[in-house]
Design a protein around this ligand. Structure first.
Ligand code: ZN
Ligand code: ZN
Length: 108
């Protein structure tokens, strides 16, 4: 009745936001350059979500080196937390962290 909660899908994808060609490692679900994601998972990696909306990185949580990105779907408003990956653009991570304090997009 239930399979593994985490399914690994190794696939390359083109970023919906900036067009960067992302080399998938089976875990990456966001663009390492602009950090935008796509709403395709119900559970991480399962690609079972039919929404398919663009997910904006709206906030960064945690402290170095364990940062977590908060993505918000522009289409349905769902929020997802994803670990910042080693090859993610740290300048962009910092920019999002700063944007959060300037423009509070997270509800209390
Ligand atoms: Zn991108
Ligand atoms: Zn969505």
């Amino acid at each position: 009745m239930q399979g593994p909660r985490f399914q690994k899908h190794v696939e390359d994808f083109t970023c919906v936001h900036c067009g960067y060609k992302v080399q998938g490692d089976g875990y990456t679900n966001h663009c390492p350059r602009c950090l935008w994601s796509k709403h395709v998972d119900v559970n991480p990696g399962d690609r079972a979500e039919t929404c398919g909306g663009e997910m904006e990185p709206v906030a960064v949580e945690g402290t170095s080196p364990e940062y977590t990105l908060v993505h918000k779907c522009l289409r349905c408003g769902a929020k997802r937390r994803n670990k910042v990956q080693a090859d993610d653009d740290k300048t962009t991570v910092v920019a999002i962290a700063q944007k959060r304090s300037a423009d509070d997009t997270i509800e209390q």
